[in-house]
Ligand binder design. Structure first.
Ligand SMILES: [Zn+2]
Length: 312
């Protein structure tokens, strides 16, 4: 059983309220673990705090939803049981063995997660086709992350957003360049091509099965993981900006002025999740004075372009 001090510290941890009293209301052991429900009063209201052997501590408001300690106990244990069951069937576990590196692109991974969750409910070919379609979307999104417009050389034409194969090929020329990387470059390109072709096949084939969908996700996840690891190595050396919210590399420097009487701002903006941050503000010139932006300040802006927004 937790101490009165631990329970009070838990409630006060967000700094919102002060505990005036905390006492154990009832003990339970009918489901196995010894669990205590605490009756806690604060300057803002009253809570049931449930904790016990191997049971994470959580709080429930008294009055509005949970009138008795018994109710709070039942709800808490049901919730914990469901969380544990969900963890056991978590599709993400399938991929954990593949992601040796850190998860790089939250948005791409989220989509991959959607595809793997859909695996559990496949009964018809259309469901398997749907997984193929989501895998294609994962690869398209990955293609946008691994090749930014500014990374395409002048001689090359920038591939369209949905042209994953060519985006992967051009990206690999940067991520695994030189003769010493020829093998990893070719192997990754073939795997990327294969994953794309197979995802298209699963999407269009009227005889797609659950097994096809599983192979499709496995190939897609392997490609995502490979690129994440190759990028990690190269970007670390170059200090490329990443979005602190979704880890996307699609972060741009934008100059904007909302209204004529408002100052001009330079912002960093993520085109994937919409996150933005003002990095520089130009105060408007006093009326009657024509102040030009000096060379020095535009130079400092260019430096900020390559600034690392967040270290992952
Ligand atoms: Zn973002």
């Amino acid at each position: 059983m937790a101490t009165r001090f631990e329970v009070a510290a838990y409630i006060e941890s967000d700094g919102e309220e002060k505990v005036s009293s905390a006492k154990p209301e009832q003990n339970f052991n009918d489901l196995g673990p010894k669990v205590t429900v605490w009756n806690v009063k604060t300057d803002k209201g009253a809570w049931w705090v449930v904790e016990g052997e191997g049971v994470p501590m959580n709080l429930y408001p008294q009055g509005a939803y949970f009138f008795s300690s018994d109710e709070a106990y039942s709800f808490h244990m049901g919730l914990m049981a469901r969380l544990l069951t969900r963890e056991a069937h978590d599709p993400e576990l399938v991929f954990r063995s593949m992601s040796f590196g850190s998860t790089r692109f939250v948005g791409v991974r989220r989509k991959l997660h959607v595809a793997s969750e859909a695996l559990a409910t496949i009964t018809e070919p259309e469901h398997a086709q749907g997984v193929g379609l989501t895998c294609r979307e994962v690869l398209i999104q990955l293609g946008r992350e691994i090749l930014l417009d500014r990374e395409v050389s002048a001689e090359e034409e920038t591939p369209k957003n949905a042209d994953f194969k060519n985006r992967a090929r051009l990206s690999l020329e940067r991520l695994a360049s030189g003769r010493e990387n020829a093998e990893v470059r070719d192997a990754t390109r073939r795997l990327a091509d294969g994953a794309w072709t197979f995802a298209c096949h699963v999407t269009h084939s009227p005889s797609s099965t659950r097994q096809d969908a599983t192979v499709c996700i496995t190939m897609t996840a392997a490609v995502v993981s490979l690129f994440e690891q190759l990028l990690e190595k190269v970007d670390q050396g170059e200090g490329v900006a990443t979005c602190p919210s979704c880890k996307s590399r699609q972060v741009n420097v934008i100059d904007r002025q909302i209204a004529a009487d408002k100052p001009k701002e330079t912002i960093l903006s993520c085109s994937y999740c919409g996150w933005s941050e003002v990095i520089e503000v130009d105060r408007p010139a006093p009326i009657g004075l024509d102040v030009k932006r000096c060379e020095g300040s535009s130079g400092s802006k260019r430096r900020k372009k390559t600034k690392r927004v967040s270290k992952k």
